[in-house]
Every structure is written in structure tokens, then in C-alpha cells.
Design a protein around this ligand. Structure first.
Ligand SMILES: NC(=O)c1ccc[n+]([C@@H]2O[C@H](COP(=O)([O-])OP(=O)(O)OC[C@H]3O[C@@H](n4cnc5c(N)ncnc54)[C@H](O)[C@@H]3O)[C@@H](O)[C@H]2O)c1
Ligand SMILES: CC(C)[C@H](C(=O)O)[C@@H](O)C(=O)O
Ligand SMILES: [Mg+2]
Length: 330
């Protein structure tokens, strides 16, 4: 039987996680909750306690809501370090961030465990602070392969996004992607774009974009832009996958401290992350599709304030559960 490790996290995290747990219960999927992020720092001094990591490794899939506490910003130990550590420990290098709506159907494939986030960083003796972007050939090749596979599977094309006019690592990125395309994916149309103008393309012509392959930091920024043009962060889900072991499923959004505790956060991004978990993490595509439909119904029936409605987080969850109950295949 499948088991999901749930990490509710901070801010609106526990509020949207509660709705996801209702769905897991409705589908009869076992789960357990674990301390992670800011709350774990406050209670245990670390954002990723050993027993949380062990529970994640032992699970079939990990469902994370969001981390981040304003009072911990700028401290040496931060909630976000736990998230980066968990991604690295689970080896989930491929972060899939779909953005859909109004004729838009894009899939951002973001490299998740390398690049600017994970290169050497520190403070030199002269007082200069630095972060470095680092990639090896195999690191680029494995994420590029994912991008090509996804583009091929949907009969689409791949746009690799870099900053080759400035960055050294982008030269490696472009060479590796181009060679892999020629050698192993000649049937998948490939083009390249520079990240700055590509951000503009996401805003101005998102319908023209199919599968996007990009570096960790670029993907972080571009996925918020893509979310903004397809209904906002309240809707954007993601799946992070490695070659083996449990995947990590999480909304694109953060802990939204300004609206935390008010019961008005949109749980759609979290519930769509559960749908990705069902599809990619547990191999249950029928239930995944039913949940996607139920979320689409709830967006009509019980929209939350971020998308122009008045429904509470719990009322949205009610609407999703009603729609799931009415699904004959489940
Ligand atoms: N995966 C994660 O855990 C994750 C992701 C992004 C940011 N963060 C952290 O979250 C904290 C806040 O960051 P931020 O404010 O830059 O980004 P954020 O994503 O939390 O919020 C950005 C904006 O979107 C709104 N928003 C986000 N999710 C929403 C939802 N489900 N329903 C309705 N509105 C929603 C917020 O109210 C805010 O206006 C920071 O500590 C940051 O590090 C965590
Ligand atoms: C919280 C932070 C570490 C994280 C990231 O930058 O990857 C978030 O912004 C995201 O998009 O998942
Ligand atoms: Mg982000």
C-alpha cells in the first residue's frame, strides 16, 4: 500500500495541506505528517530534522506545502535551506512546472539540484560575498534528456533557455542540449532563447511556448511569471523527480505570510500537486485525472479571493470533495 509523507510547513502551508489530506483520505491513501521548515527550526533547531528526512526516504512520495517564516529571514539557519537540502537528498533534479489556461499549455522543466543555488558560495577575505553557477556535463545532460522525453511524449517541441551571451555555464548548457538533440532526439524540434527576452515572451505570447528547459534560478523566476499569466500562484503545481526513489510534489508558491491564518489561501496549487503525485509518484493516472477535473470544477464553483471569488480554503476543499464523490470511476 502506498504511503505519502506530508510536510505542511509554514504560513499557509498547513492550511492548504489540510485540504490535500482530506483528498488523500477520500482516496484511501495512507499518509503521515512531519515537521519541516520554519516550524522545525523553532522546535528542533533545524529545518530538515533527521526523522523527517528518514520518513521522506521511506515514503512512496513526498507532498510539501510551503516553507518560510518572515521572522527567520536573514538568519543563518533558514527554512528554505531545508527545502534545498531535501531536494538534494532525494536527488530530484527534474522539476516539472506546468502552466495552463486560456490557450496556454506550457511545461517548464527546471533543473533543481545544481546551478546557482548549489555552486560554491561564501564570503572572501576581502569581504566580497559570492554565489557561483556550476554545472557538470552529466548534470546538464540528464535534465536535458528529461526535457526532450517530455517534449517527445507530448508531440511537442523544446525551447532551451539560457544566458549564453554572458554566462560560461550557458555555453556548456547550449552545447550539451544541442548535441543531445542531434544524437538522440532528432525528431524533437529544438530552439534556444535568452532568458531575459524569454521572460517577455512568456508575458506577451505564452500560447507559442511548449516545453521549456532551463537552469535552476532561471526556472524559479520564469515559473512564477508563467504562473502569473495563467491564473496566479494559487493555481501552479509542481513535481520534482529523480531517477529512483520518491518524488517531491509541491506548489510553486510559498508560505504567503500576508494571508496566513485567515483561511483564504487557494488550495488549488496544492491539490494539483496531489494530482501530479498521483500521476507521477504513485502511478494512479485515473485518480489524477479525476482530481484535476474536480479542481477545475471547484475553480468555477468556489473560487477563492486571489482569483476573484469569496470562498474560503475549506469551502474550496468541500467543492473538490463533492466533485470527486460524484466521479463514477472512483
Ligand atoms: N516551495 C516553497 O516552500 C516556497 C516557494 C516560494 C517561496 N517560499 C517562501 O515563502 C515566503 C513568502 O514568499 P513570497 O511572498 O515571495 O512568495 P509567495 O508565493 O508566498 O507569495 C507571493 C504572492 O502570492 C500570493 N499567494 C501565494 N500562494 C497563494 C495561495 N495559495 N493562495 C492565494 N494567494 C497566494 C501571496 O499572498 C503573495 O501575494 C518566503 O519565506 C519564501 O522563501 C517558499
Ligand atoms: C523557497 C525557495 C527555496 C524555492 C526555490 O527557489 O526553489 C521556491 O521559490 C520555489 O520556487 O520552489
Ligand atoms: Mg520560486
Amino acid at each position: 500500500m502506498s504511503h505519502v509523507a506530508v510536510l505542511p510547513g509554514d504560513g499557509i502551508g498547513p492550511e492548504v495541506a489540510a485540504q490535500a489530506i482530506r483528498v488523500l483520505d477520500a482516496l484511501g491513501i495512507a499518509h503521515s505528517e512531519h515537521a519541516f521548515g520554519g516550524n522545525a527550526i523553532l522546535s528542533q533547531g533545524t529545518p530538515l530534522p533527521d526523522d523527517t528526512l528518514a520518513a521522506c526516504r521511506a515514503a512512496d512520495a513526498v507532498l510539501l506545502a510551503a516553507v518560510g517564516l518572515p521572522e527567520l529571514e536573514g538568519r543563518p539557519v533558514r527554512p528554505e535551506q531545508g527545502l534545498l537540502g531535501l531536494r538534494k537528498e532525494l536527488g530530484v533534479y527534474a522539476n516539472l512546472r506546468p502552466a495552463r489556461g486560456d490557450g496556454v499549455d506550457m511545461m517548464i522543466v527546471r533543473e533543481l539540484v545544481g546551478g546557482l543555488y548549489f555552486g560554491a558560495k561564501g564570503v572572501r577575505e576581502d569581504g566580497t560575498w559570492f554565489d557561483t553557477c556550476e554545472y557538470s556535463r552529466p548534470e546538464v545532460e540528464r535534465i536535458a534528456r528529461r526535457g526532450f522525453e517530455i517534449a517527445r511524449a507530448r508531440g511537442g517541441r523544446l525551447t532551451s533557455v539560457d544566458k549564453v551571451n554572458v554566462m560560461h555555464t550557458s555555453r556548456l548548457w547550449r552545447d550539451v542540449v544541442t548535441a543531445l538533440g542531434e544524437d538522440d532526439y532528432p525528431d524533437v524540434p529544438l530552439d534556444h532563447a535568452l532568458v531575459d527576452s524569454f521572460a517577455m515572451t512568456i508575458v506577451q505570447a505564452p500560447q507559442t511556448i511548449d516545453v521549456v528547459l532551463t537552469e535552476n534560478t532561471f526556472g524559479d523566476i520564469l515559473s512564477d511569471v508563467a504562473a502569473a499569466v495563467t491564473g496566479g500562484l494559487g493555481l501552479a503545481a509542481s513535481a520534482s523527480l529523480g531517477d529512483a526513489g520518491p518524488g517531491l510534489f509541491e506548489p510553486v508558491h510559498g508560505s504567503a505570510p500576508q494571508i496566513a491564518g485567515r483561511g483564504i489561501a487557494n488550495p488549488a496549487a496544492m491539490l494539483r500537486s496531489v494530482a501530479l503525485l498521483l500521476a507521477y509518484g504513485l502511478g494512479r493516472p485515473t485518480e489524477a485525472a479525476a482530481l484535476e477535473r474536480a479542481v477545475a470544477d471547484a475553480l468555477e464553483a468556489a473560487p477563492t479571493p486571489d482569483i476573484g471569488g469569496t470562498a474560503t480554503t475549506a469551502a474550496f476543499g468541500d467543492a473538490v470533495l463533492r466533485a470527486l464523490d460524484a466521479t463514477p470511476t472512483l
